[in-house]
Design a protein around this ligand. Structure first.
Ligand SMILES: NC(=O)CCC(=O)C(=O)O
Length: 288
């Protein structure tokens, strides 16, 4: 049985949501999703970008954080959106406040077509980098990393979720693929320094490693804003080919995923059954 149950239409909403006005950001996301449903009828999976409801900045996460409960503004909005359009919605990411610990997480919620939360992925690997003459960013100044990998069961099959920098850690994708995922979905916000270096290569690598689809959804670039998003939301097929890609501005990326594409690649180059876990049982062990 294929890991993807039937052909699947997806839409990636690359829009400029991350302004200081959360209400306006949510409203705009809703407008784009409605447009996607008109332009590509039959869409079942919709993806929003990382931190789509507020400004992506270390000193803004706590201010914009919401507790994950039914009446929090972004949670209610996303739930209504999924129910209204009868879609599985990967709700980008939002800053989440965990009241029991007072920690703030960068969190992706996934909703089913009835508006129920079916997964919560807390970004595991925080974006802490310091590239000379490039970019310095330290999410860990104000965020806490999650500690669980996420594989979501949807009516059309299972898919894994990571958030942006998580894509650099191939273990997440492999864990989900070994659980039967047909795709990895990463709400993301690369930038104009690391985007040109690694965005496409990482997406292709995760696809080729696991012979699955890889989906990256970025915010649109806003000239003059503090954090310059890379854009280029894309879908890579199980062979490592980009089958749909946006430019830098606001745009919806449409694609149709095909179970046969996964089966064909896996038949031809069967790495998913040739792995030697008897040799590399646990890569987390210290190297000898
Ligand atoms: N928001 C992020 O995690 C950015 C990750 C990034 O740009 C990278 O190069 O990795």
């Amino acid at each position: 049985m294929s890991v993807l149950k039937h052909k699947l239409k997806v839409a990636l909403i690359q829009f400029a949501g991350g302004t200081p006005d959360k209400t306006a950001n949510l409203k705009r996301a809703g407008t784009f999703v409605a447009r996607a449903m008109k332009e590509q009828p039959g869409t079942e999976l919709v993806v929003l970008p990382e931190c789509f409801n507020s400004v992506y900045a270390v000193d803004q996460f706590r201010r914009n954080a919401e507790v994950i409960k039914d009446d929090s503004p972004s949670v209610r909005f996303l739930s209504d959106l999924a129910r209204e359009h009868k879609i599985t919605l990967v709700g980008g990411s939002i800053p989440e406040l965990e009241p029991s610990t007072d920690c703030v997480f960068n969190t992706c919620l996934v909703f089913d077509s009835a508006g129920n939360i079916i997964a919560r992925h807390r970004k595991m690997h925080l974006f802490d980098v310091d590239i000379p003459n490039g970019i310095t960013f330290r999410e860990s100044d104000t965020l806490t990393g999650g500690s669980e990998t996420t594989t979501v069961g949807a009516p059309f099959g299972s898919f894994g979720v990571g958030i942006c920098y998580d894509i650099r850690f191939p273990e997440l994708a492999m864990i989900s693929a070994r659980r039967g995922a047909f795709a990895m979905v990463y709400p993301s916000a690369f930038n104009t320094i690391t985007g040109p270096l690694h965005w496409h290569m990482l997406a292709k690598a995760r696809s080729i490693d696991n012979e699955i689809y890889t989906i990256l959804c970025s915010p649109a670039r806003v000239p003059g804003s503090g954090y310059q998003a890379y854009g280029h939301s894309l879908v890579v097929d199980p062979q490592g080919t980009v089958i749909a890609e946006a430019g830098e501005g606001e745009e919806i990326v449409y694609a149709e995923l095909d179970p046969d594409a996964i089966a064909k690649v896996r038949r031809g180059i069967p790495v998913t059954t040739q792995r030697r876990f008897d040799v590399y049982k646990d890569v987390s062990l210290d190297a000898k």
